[in-house]
Design a protein around this ligand. Structure first.
Ligand SMILES: [Zn+2]
Ligand SMILES: [Zn+2]
Length: 442
């Protein structure tokens, strides 16, 4: 299905029959000097523009954009500087800074990657003004997505926001981004198979809506770059262009689904947990979002591979033999890793009903689930190779996470969201500790 003709529109889905809507209206690429033409198609001449950047992205492109647009519009820039950390991350404290400076500007242009894009989208949503994204790296999928992730009171939240109105990409800028950022985008984009598998299982257990269209359009895009990790390292413009397309389609997929499920499953929960740990313990984030997600992907894949050998009878027995005291687990996680902040219980309680359904329905659905899941995921050895070719970290150790913390992040991650994932299944079957230990030794 040719998805670009539906930008900014509603359409009837050929897969699920429902009406989907894509928030983003325009995606274009060209030289940065063409930006005024692009902007004038979206807003009138007398409008005021706010540019949002951080200390790094302002230098990379923000200052130039300020100069170019300043010839035509009234432009004000907000340049965020890191406070108590080495680089600006998506936190509530920066939002109040941005919101304090918004006056009567009619549009925000974000110049940056995940942090700046998400902060800009949240602020714009609160002020009900549109956003245009100018990406400085192919590092994640927020440019086109209708959600934003940030840390509030120690909890990593993913909240619904209005999608950006438009994206303008200058591939000379995107291609020249630090290679770790592009690697992060590459790894982040590979979550789609595992996220869709989690989502599909959840729909079979709980009856929530599932649609195949996001997977269809994302895997079509992925084929053009998934085995080209080496080209990513060489900053090959053509392949980075394909990667950027894959990421943008990932964001659009969230618009189609109306939630982040098509791109965010167990692998993202592990990364989010690491961010929460770092934040609450006064440490820098361990690595870029996508590189953390890459390790989560490997673990998801490892679990899916393990489950293949089990049959219905095994599962019935295992569920019966496993009793979990959620309350004391949550207390221990909060005490040992989250500075005792009581933030998990309220979110996790929303999942209890799904977990009851899981125990009741999973064994008899398992054969069907196995067939479904196979459509979505790459085998463990294959996904590991894709990540390895792009020199993405393959273990917690490589991103400075101790063995103890890595192991416990795997065990704790399911408690931060009500989303049903493969982590819940492995834990309810009583095998997550064993699989996590084996994974740590890989
Ligand atoms: Zn659909
Ligand atoms: Zn992600």
């Amino acid at each position: 299905m040719e998805i670009y003709k539906f930008l900014g529109k509603e359409f009837k889905c050929p897969y699920c029959g429902k009406i989907h809507k894509i928030g983003v209206k325009k995606i274009e690429s060209g030289n940065i000097d063409c930006l005024p033409d692009f902007i004038s198609k979206i807003i009138g001449k007398n409008k005021k523009i706010l540019i949002l950047a951080d200390n790094i992205t302002y230098r990379v492109a923000g200052e130039k954009i300020e100069n170019i647009l300043g010839k035509i519009w009234h432009v004000k820039s907000i340049i965020l500087n890191p406070e108590g950390e080495k680089r600006v991350t998506a936190q509530e404290k920066y939002l109040s800074k941005i919101e304090g400076k918004i006056e009567d500007e009619k549009i925000i242009i974000t110049v940056g990657t995940g942090t700046i894009t998400d902060l800009g989208k949240i602020a714009a949503d609160r002020f009900n003004i549109p956003v245009i994204c100018f990406p400085t790296a192919a590092s994640m999928n927020a440019y086109t997505s209708p959600v934003a992730a940030y840390i509030k009171n120690g909890m990593k939240l993913t909240i619904p926001v209005k999608s950006a109105e438009a994206i303008f990409m200058d591939f000379d800028v995107i291609k020249d981004a630090p290679v770790d950022l592009t690697k992060a985008g590459f790894a982040d984009s590979l979550s789609k198979g595992y996220a869709n598998a989690d989502w599909k299982i959840s729909s079979m257990i709980t009856g929530e809506n599932f649609c195949f269209l996001p997977f269809e359009i994302m895997s079509k895009a992925e084929k053009k770059y998934v085995d080209k990790g080496k080209n990513i390292l060489k900053k090959d413009g053509e392949i980075i262009g394909y990667l950027m397309e894959g990421l943008n389609i990932g964001g659009i997929s969230m618009s189609i689904a109306g939630k982040s499920s098509p791109v965010s499953g167990a692998e993202h929960l592990i990364s989010h947990f690491l961010d929460m740990y770092a934040h609450l313990n006064g440490k820098e984030n361990f690595s870029w979002h996508g590189l953390q997600v890459g390790i989560g992907i490997l673990f998801s894949s490892f679990v899916y591979e393990h489950l293949q050998n089990l049959n219905k009878k095994d599962m019935e027995m295992m569920f019966r033999a496993t009793k979990i005291d959620y309350e004391s687990k949550i207390e221990n996680i909060e005490k040992n890793f989250l500075k005792g902040k009581p933030i998990l219980k309220k979110e996790f309680e929303k999942k209890i009903k799904s977990l009851e359904l899981l125990r009741e329905r999973f064994p008899s659905l398992w054969d069907g689930i196995k067939d479904e899941v196979r459509k979505f995921i790459h085998p463990y050895s294959e996904i590991r190779n894709f990540l390895k070719n792009a020199e993405c970290p393959l273990s917690f150790k490589e991103i400075g996470v101790s063995e103890e913390l890595g192991y416990n992040s795997i065990l704790s991650a399911r408690y931060i969201r009500d989303r049903l994932t493969i982590l819940d299944i492995a834990d309810e079957l009583g095998i997550i500790e064993k699989i996590a230990s084996e994974f740590m030794e890989e």
